[in-house]
Design a binder for this molecule. Structure first.
Ligand code: ZN
Length: 291
């Protein structure tokens, strides 16, 4: 199929795309049962499953994820020797919150100045319809295999899909992922987003001394929690951060200040270890060395 032919087919499919998007946006698929009945999400999931079945995907089904939501999965086998591309999208949407703050009803697709408004119209139901319209335009003229996933609780961050993928890796094997949960740089300007940044929320606790140490006396060599958190190397899983390791090396065993107060460092005895346990006849600590 030539580029022109493909463009013509897509142009002819646009009214259908708008009708599809209008239907899909009208379903308030907020994946939070405290705000909307879960049946709305099921309705959206079934809409997506039916549409992609009709567009030629095989075995399109709802897959329960550990957070109780239902993703939509399907596939299409590749031609011999061809790669497989995974198409990603999500059908749940952010809650609209204050309906009165909207210029037009959030779950009614409304056109203003040539743009379509409504909750999920862009993120990410518009992209679901994009996948759908692309499949319809290409028909059987597909040079690759497909896997399809419409996530069910992406906006809630409940982790349902993450947990599902870990348990069913084989259902997501692909040579490339097409994640269309993105936007374009400007109206009318096709855009390919080549990298995305995620986020991780975590609490890091660094234990150093048991109390404060006088900066003038101990500042340099004393372990410092803030310095330990400043990365100076590539952390390795299961290992202390290199900065923490370095701090450990800088504090000779037995030289840690017992109470952390300022003054002359007093080496305190270490608990006995297997290698250094004194003979039974002697008491431990044998004596506290003076500095
Ligand atoms: Zn999104």
């Amino acid at each position: 199929m030539s580029e022109h032919e493909l463009a013509d087919r897509i142009a002819a499919l646009m009214p259908r795309a708008k009708a599809d998007l209008t239907e899909l946006v009208s379903i308030p698929s907020v994946a939070d049962p405290r705000q909307y009945p879960p049946e709305e999400c099921r309705k959206a999931a079934q809409w997506v499953a039916d549409a992609f079945t009709e567009a030629g995907l095989h075995d399109v089904h709802l897959a329960e994820t550990p957070d109780g939501s239902a993703a939509v999965l399907g596939h299409r086998p590749p031609p011999p020797g061809a790669p497989t591309v995974l198409l990603y999208c999500h059908y749940d949407v952010q809650p609209p919150l204050d309906d009165a703050a909207w210029t037009s009803p959030p779950f009614t697709l409304t056109e203003r100045d040539g743009r379509w408004y409504g909750r999920g119209t862009a993120d990410c139901k518009g992209n679901i319809v994009m996948h759908l319209t692309a499949l319809r335009a290409l028909g059987d003229d597909l040079p690759v295999g497909l896997r399809f996933v419409a996530e069910s609780s992406e906006e809630q961050g409940a982790g349902g899909m993450e947990a599902y993928v870990e348990r069913h890796r084989e259902q997501f094997l692909a040579d490339a992922l097409l994640i269309c949960d993105t936007g374009n740089a400007a109206v009318g300007q096709p855009t390919v987003t080549t990298s995305l940044r995620g986020l991780a929320s975590l609490v890091v606790t660094v234990s150093t001394l048991r109390g404060e140490a006088h900066s003038g006396m101990f500042g340099g060599p004393a372990p410092d929690a803030l310095a330990a958190l400043v990365p100076d190397g590539r952390p390795r899983p299961g290992r202390l951060h290199p900065a923490v390791q370095r701090l450990r090396r800088r504090v000779p065993a037995g030289r840690d200040h017992p109470d952390g107060r300022g003054g002359t460092a007093v080496p305190h005895p270490r608990p006995p270890t297997r290698a250094s346990t004194p003979p039974r006849s002697s008491t431990w600590p044998m004596s506290r060395p003076s500095s």
